[in-house]
Design a protein around this ligand. Structure first.
Ligand code: BDR
Ligand code: CA
Length: 309
């Protein structure tokens, strides 16, 4: 499966990268970065650090420094000063590629012999912009699998989830593009909580990957408790990759979803018309349920696969 992975690491983005690197079925064309959890400089450095630490053969393409029409925001209350607080990476010499993320996405999709699956775990700015610059790439995109949105409540406003709220216009470009959309929203990602028990279970694997997981997750758990009063850290982003590894991990509904881009308190809301009230054509598969046990088994197996490091 040809993949472009677009992310803003971010604790849970880092674990999504770990999952991606664990499975041979993914042919990763490149990793592109977004500003979101931290500035574009920091998320790009973080992507490079995780890839280098796990010895993954991926190239990194730096993305847009801000959303299409709005100022950049960061999420340091959850992800900290570095964007990956809790783990000290060695100093790696690897640098990002010269080509920027938007050009890379356009060129990589156009030149791919087989259709490309795009996975986004941050704001959708790079992909939205690539589709605006060259809409012809649509025909060679198999699907977009995103972590973002919510059928129910948001996590930055009553209506909106962080990734979509950062850049609703970019998300809208993707959702109206006609490309099949697979949305893993808060409705499922907030059910997969990393607890102390999960950290202890993973620590027992005792390899380089489990060490990174455990140290990152301890800080992630603390910050989620402080900010959201949650009894565990929602492991949002890896749901995208877990779904591609084993689609049965989530239950999806094929519905019409509209992104609210109005300048109101609902900005960034994903209006998923599950009951079909509006009678509009479905454009998205939206995750409505997740098998928690299966999910953490996938995470555990992925971490064990790094035993060779
Ligand atoms: C999303 O926001 C970010 O902080 C996480 O990395 C995840 O992608 C959850 O709302
Ligand atoms: Ca993210």
């Amino acid at each position: 499966m040809n993949i472009i992975f677009d992310c803003d690491p971010g604790h849970d983005d880092a674990i999504a990268l770990l999952l991606l690197g664990s499975n041979k079925k993914f042919n990763v064309l490149g990793v592109t970065t977004e500003s979101g959890n931290q500035t574009i400089e920091k998320t790009t450095r973080n992507a490079i650090n995780v890839i280098s630490y796990l010895n993954l053969p991926y190239k990194v393409y730096k993305g847009e420094s801000k959303p299409l029409y709005r100022d950049a925001v960061i999420c340091d209350k959850i992800h900290g000063e570095s964007g990956l607080d809790g783990f000290e990476f060695p100093k790696y010499t690897m640098k990002e590629e010269k080509e920027d993320a938007v050009s890379f996405i356009i060129n990589a999709v156009k030149s791919s012999k087989e259709k490309v699956t795009i996975v986004t775990t941050g704001p959708m700015t790079n992909v939205g912009k690539a589709l605006m610059v060259d809409p012809s790439i649509k025909s060679n995109i198999e699907k977009i699998v995103l972590m973002g949105g919510s059928i129910g409540a948001g996590n930055v406003t009553p209506a909106a989830e962080f990734n979509i709220n950062c850049d609703a216009e970019a998300a809208n470009v993707c959702f109206i593009s006609g490309i099949p959309i697979y949305m893993m929203g808060l409705d499922v990602t907030r059910k997969v909580l990393v607890t102390d028990e999960i950290v202890n279970r993973i620590s027992k694997i005792n390899n380089k990957a489990s060490e990174m997981f455990s140290k990152l997750m301890r800080v992630f758990i603390d910050n989620q408790k402080k900010v959201f009063h949650l009894d565990g850290a929602p492991l949002h982003d890896p749901v995208t990759i877990a779904y591609l590894i084993d689609p049965s991990v989530v239950e999806m509904k094929y519905v019409n979803t509209e992104i609210d881009c109005a300048k109101s308190s609902s900005y960034g809301r994903t209006n998923c018309d599950i009951p079909g009230y509006l009678g509009k054509k479905p454009n998205s598969y939206v995750a409505v349920e997740i098998n928690i046990e299966k999910y953490f088994n996938i995470i555990e197996e992925a971490i064990k696969s790094y035993n060779f490091l």
